[in-house]
Design a protein around this ligand. Sequence first.
Ligand code: SAH
Ligand code: SF4
Ligand code: F3S
Length: 446
Amino acid sequence: MRTNGKKKLAFLTLGCQMNQHDSEWIAGVLADGYEVIEQPDDADFLVINTCSVRDKAEHKFFSLLGRLRPLKARRGGMIIGVAGCVAQDRAEEIIAREPMVDLVFGTRAIASVPEMLARFAETGQPQVNTADTSAFDEYPMTRQSAASAWVSIMQGCDNHCSYCIVPHTRGPERSRPIESVLREVSALAEQGYREIILLGQNVNSYGRGLDPETDFPALLERVASTPGIRRVRFVTSHPKDLSDRLIEVMGAHPHVCPALHLPIQSGSDRILPLMKRGYTVAHYFDRVERLKERVPDLSLTADVMVGFPGETDADFLDTLRAVERAEYDNIFLFKFSPRQGTPAAAMDQRYPNPSVAQERFERISQAQKAITRRRYARFIGREVELLVEGTSKRDPAKYTGRLPQNILAHFSAGTGYTGQFIRVKIMTAGQYSLSGTLLDNVGKAQ
Ligand code: SAH
Ligand code: SF4
Ligand code: F3S
């Protein structure tokens, strides 16, 4: 039962980091009346925070609803809310199709959730809000981690890549005022947070439309110089807007992590314009070469897509070659998935067919696996700093931490390391992570 008079709130979060951060925001706006619990079964209010970037993600949501039906039937009073990108895109359809859903709120309507809950309690009628109800400023947050914090610096996206639903589900690009970002970062530092992850769909266009106008390198430098902050990362960078100044700040500031996620999507100069990406392969590698020159020990990662409408064998081989040339530490690899309403969904979908796309997916995946192993092996024998995230999911006797390069490493130790910076010596490197020995223990343990 309720221990502190608060009701219980649980999340099933299906999307990207921005979507996960939105769950922290939803928990924040409800913090007066609700405490967050892990187990959906015990919740008074269960929020499903959805993603519609690919068909698979959207499908996951609808099949999850099916599985939750018995729970809702068993616990009649449980309120079910749907948030996120599917909610924004298909609110009316969800309410019409799914009588078990009580609340549907869009990506910019989070501030109105307490009011929607109150109205639902009053009327018993399902509530929908997909309007834009929030000014982009400071929000209450209930955070998952005590050491590492996401900070949203932009909302929406104006790029309209031809395959992508995000500009539709998240609206036009909006930059958050710099002073507002810096106030949040300072407050986080005072609370003990040491790592900040700045979030936006295209952080490199940060500052447009702000008065006075500013830019991402200026923001990054100030965030990284906040007393108490030891590490700053950011996602996502768009190659077309990646400036020399950003590369300089990354190379020069000791608190900016040497990690960059720079989605290439395709290595073909025929496909990139069809995707409306706004850069050529040559421009992409010009940026990569400069980055590798100026940012010591950079870890580069990317999103890569195969099976875009009309992708030929030659286009695909260009992408494979680009992946090999970039030597990414890792990639997120996707098969194109048509999203209703996007220009690419109206392109000829007959070629490549699904089995060809699958084959291409596997070839790049295999190639990257070998590259990742080789790249991770460079750490063997090195002493590195980890920010410890907690005990390992697979082996509770081990801790998991992150290198500045955003790579996971495991080590064995006693208790009390969560949230600490520690040094380990890397002993082995696998496909997904590294493994090391806590340096204090090196002498004693062996
Ligand atoms: N703003 C980020 C990416 C957001 S979506 C950026 O521009 O890099 C995350 C990734 O999902 C994209 O980089 C792309 O690789 C993939 N993606 C987006 N739409 C897709 C679609 N329709 N089919 C397959 N993959 C898609
Ligand atoms: Fe989508 Fe392109 Fe915007 Fe990224 S930059 S969110 S891929 S439209
Ligand atoms: Fe993120 Fe998925 Fe929306 S990737 S922005 S939750 S469509």
